[in-house]
Design a protein around this ligand. Structure first.
Ligand code: MV4
Length: 447
C-alpha cells in the first residue's frame, strides 16, 4: 500500500480523498494556491505545499510545480481528484516516468478515451452500441453531407477532442450543414487546438445514464450500477441519482454488461464511468468514458454502501477486486450546491460566507469544504457543497431532500439551494419523467 499520497486538487474532493487516506493509514500531502491558504484541505492534510498564485494554470494545472511538490515531500502516489489534471494523459505519463503511481488509469487509457473518434472506434470493435454516424473523421462538407443524408437529419457534429458538450453543433437540414461545420471547427480549434470533427445521428430528448465501473490490474472489471444525470443545464450536471427511475433490472443488466465490455476493451484499470445516451425506446448508445472519479460518485457510494475512493486506491496499489457487480439497495439523490445566483442565469457569486449551517440527520450527507467565515475564491469551479440524501424509495428520498434543503443556511453569497428547493417540488421531477431537455422547460419562480 502507498505510504504517502499527494492530492493534486482542492475543495471538497481534496478533503474527500484526505478522509479516506487517513482511514487507510496513508499520509497525505495537500497542494494549494495562495488563494486557498485558509482552506480545509490544507489544514487536514499531514503536509501542505504552496505551489503558486491563484490562477489554475500556474498552480493546480502546473505539472512541473506539482512534480516538485511530489519530490520534496517524497510522496509515492498522486490522487488527481476530478477536473484539473484528472484526465490529462501527459500528467499520468510524467508520473509513470518518475515512478510515482497516478491513482487512475494509464496515460494510454486516458488518451484512447480522450480522443472521441478513437474511443468510438474502440467501442465498435468491442461491439458496444454506438450512435450511427460517420466512419471516423468528417474531412469535408461534401463527405459530411453524404453521411448526413444516409443517416437522416437532424445530425450532430462533435469534436474528437471535445467531450462534455464542448465543440458540438446540431444540424437540422443540409442547407445548414456547411455553416455549422465551419463554426464547429473554429470552436474546436480555439478550444482544443484540434478541429477534427465526426458526425452522428442526433438522438432527441435523451436521458443521460452512466454506469460506474471498476477494474483491477489483472483484467477483472465489474460494474456498480447506474447514475441518472439527466438534470443538466448547459452541460453542467445539477442533480444525480441512483437507481435511475427509467431503468428496470433487465436494462440495468444489459447496460452494465455493455459498460464492462467497454472497459475491458482497453483493459481498464481504476474507477471509471461509461456514459450512455438512452432514447425513449430504451435503446442505449455509448457516449463517452470518463477515466476519473466523478463528482457524483457519492450517490453510488450511498446505494451500494462502499467507499469508492478506498476501492480506487486499493486497485491502484495492485489489490484484486472480487468478481461481483454491485446493485443499489437504497435510493440516493445528490444536488450540487454552487456559489451561483439561479435567479440571474446562474451567474457566479463568489465571496465571504457569513453563516453556514449544514443539514443533518439520518440519510443526510454533506460533502463540502465550506464553513462560516470561508471565502469562495472567484478563480475556480463554483461548486461549494454536495448534498446527498438516501432513503428506501425515491419518493422518501425526495421528501428527505426537501427537508434537508430547508435546513441549509448559507449567508453572504447566493447559492443554488432555492433552485433545488423548487426542483424537488416539481411534479415532473417527482414523476421521474426527465430527459436532458427537462431544464429548458423548467421555470424558476421568483422569490
Ligand atoms: C448527443 C446528443 C444527442 N445525439 N449525441 C452532450 C455532451 C456530450 N457528452 C454528448 N452530448 C450529447 N450528445 C447524439 N448523437 C445529445 C447530447 C446532449 C446531452 C447529453 C447528455 C446530457 C445532456 C445533454 C445536453 C445536450 C445535448
Amino acid at each position: 500500500m502507498f505510504k504517502k499520497v499527494l492530492i493534486a486538487n482542492r475543495g471538497e474532493i481534496a478533503l474527500r480523498v484526505i478522509r479516506t487516506c487517513k482511514e487507510m493509514g496513508i499520509s497525505t500531502v495537500a497542494i494549494y494556491s495562495t488563494a486557498d491558504s485558509e482552506s480545509l484541505h490544507v489544514r487536514f492534510a499531514d503536509e501542505a505545499v504552496c505551489i503558486g498564485p491563484p490562477s489554475s494554470a500556474e498552480s493546480y494545472l502546473s505539472i512541473p510545480k506539482i512534480m516538485a511538490a511530489v519530490e520534496i515531500t517524497n510522496a509515492d502516489a498522486v490522487h488527481p481528484g476530478y477536473g484539473f489534471l484528472a484526465e490529462n494523459a501527459g500528467f499520468a505519463e510524467v508520473c509513470e516516468q518518475y515512478g510515482i503511481k497516478f491513482i487512475g488509469p494509464t496515460a494510454e487509457m486516458i488518451r484512447t478515451m480522450g480522443d472521441k473518434i478513437t474511443a468510438k472506434e474502440t467501442m465498435i470493435k468491442a461491439k458496444v452500441p454506438v450512435v450511427p454516424g460517420s466512419d471516423g473523421q468528417v474531412k469535408s462538407v461534401k463527405e459530411g453531407l453524404k453521411v448526413a443524408k444516409k443517416i437522416g437529419y437532424p445530425v450532430i457534429l462533435k469534436a474528437t477532442a471535445g467531450g462534455g458538450g464542448k465543440g458540438m453543433r446540431i444540424v437540422n437540414n443540409e442547407d445548414e450543414f456547411a455553416e455549422q461545420l465551419e463554426k464547429a471547427q473554429i470552436e474546436a480549434s480555439a478550444s482544443f487546438g484540434n478541429d477534427a470533427m465526426y458526425l452522428e445521428k442526433f438522438v432527441e430528448e435523451p436521458r443521460h445514464i452512466e454506469i460506474q465501473v471498476i477494474g483491477d490490474q489483472y483484467g477483472r472489471v465489474v460494474h456498480l450500477s447506474e447514475r441518472d444525470c439527466s438534470v443538466q443545464r448547459r452541460h453542467q450536471k445539477l442533480v444525480e441519482e441512483s437507481p435511475s427511475p427509467f431503468l428496470d433490472q433487465k436494462l440495468r443488466e444489459k447496460m452494465g454488461k455493455a459498460a464492462i465490455k467497454a472497459a475491458k476493451a482497453i483493459d481498464y484499470e481504476g474507477v471509471g464511468t461509461v456514459e450512455f445516451l438512452v432514447d425513449k425506446h430504451r435503446k442505449f448508445y455509448f457516449m463517452e468514458m470518463n477515466t476519473r472519479i466523478q463528482v457524483e460518485h457519492t450517490v453510488t457510494e450511498e446505494v451500494i454502501n462502499r467507499d469508492l475512493i478506498k476501492e480506487q486506491i486499493k486497485v491502484a496499489a495492485g489489490e484484486k477486486i472480487s468478481g461481483k457487480n454491485y446493485y443499489p439497495t437504497l435510493h440516493a439523490i445528490e444536488v450540487r450546491i454552487n456559489a451561483e445566483d439561479p435567479f440571474h442565469d446562474f451567474r457566479p457569486s463568489p465571496g465571504h460566507i457569513s453563516s453556514f449551517h449544514s443539514p443533518k440527520g439520518h440519510g443526510v450527507r454533506v460533502d463540502t469544504h465550506a464553513f462560516a467565515g470561508y471565502s469562495v475564491p472567484p478563480y475556480y469551479d463554483s461548486m461549494i457543497a454536495k448534498l446527498i440524501c438516501t432513503a428506501e424509495t425515491r419518493e422518501e428520498c425526495i421528501k428527505k431532500m426537501q427537508r434537508a434543503l430547508d435546513e441549509f443556511i448559507i449567508e453572504g453569497i447566493k447559492t443554488t439551494v432555492p433552485f433545488h428547493q423548487q426542483l424537488m417540488k416539481d411534479e415532473r421531477f417527482k414523476s421521474g419523467n426527465i430527459t436532458t431537455k427537462f431544464l429548458e422547460d423548467f421555470e424558476l419562480k421568483p422569490i
